[in-house]
Design a protein around this ligand. Sequence first.
Ligand SMILES: NC(=O)c1ccc[n+]([C@@H]2O[C@H](COP(=O)([O-])OP(=O)(O)OC[C@H]3O[C@@H](n4cnc5c(N)ncnc54)[C@H](OP(=O)(O)O)[C@@H]3O)[C@@H](O)[C@H]2O)c1
Length: 215
Amino acid sequence: MRIGILGTGGMAAALGGAWAAAGHDVVIGGRSRERAERTAERIGAVGHGGLEEAARHGEAVLVAVPAAAAPHLVGGLAGSLIGRTVIDCTNPLVPTAEGPVLDTGDTGSVARRLAAAGPGAYVVKAFNLCHVSIWTLRSPTFENVPLAVPFCTDHPTAAATTATLISSIGCTPAPCGGLARAAYLEATAALVIGLWWAGGQPRAAFPSPGEALRP
Ligand SMILES: NC(=O)c1ccc[n+]([C@@H]2O[C@H](COP(=O)([O-])OP(=O)(O)OC[C@H]3O[C@@H](n4cnc5c(N)ncnc54)[C@H](OP(=O)(O)O)[C@@H]3O)[C@@H](O)[C@H]2O)c1
């Protein structure tokens, strides 16, 4: 699949590298062409360029920039993103003494802000729950269970594209409904990261359905 990546930092390199290793045609786009070139070379991407070039390349386009910058970026590229799957991995987190809290404005989620900024784009919320280091693993599997990747979108085509991208890196697609539910994925990131930083074990809070639903 042709994948464009907006951003040249940690998530761009980790997910872009995983997809390149899986055989996808990845183009890294940055506001600095030099950084885009360095990241592309490091991960084995087929190309690099500016943000617009990456947007135009991708059947799927990953938004891997700070949450606060993402709506303006997508708005500026809106014409190039029409009909493309736009994957939002951002987390709009503000650190506080009690752990991270969300800053999503009045739309409830960054994902919905992106959908408003780029009305023709097929926005998907995905890949925001795990730390960047997890996405550098090849076929991430924990306790013999492949990592599940929850995602939300309103568009069936984008859901199929995202499921393909998740499966191709050895993970299990976990569709979670429409974009209205993206707020839950963003809130989950805030909660889980807070638990991790407090030394807790979020995984221990979620027994398997067989255990949790026992009569
Ligand atoms: N790190 C994690 O563990 C993790 C996990 C899940 C989700 N996320 C989310 O993924 C996103 C990217 O995180 P990251 O760790 O990859 O961050 P990062 O390493 O700091 O990289 C951020 C990238 O965004 C670019 N950028 C910043 N402002 C921009 C703007 N106004 N327009 C265009 N590009 C801009 C930066 O470009 P320059 O180099 O030019 O500054 C850089 O390439 C964030 O929203 C974060 O919340 C991160």
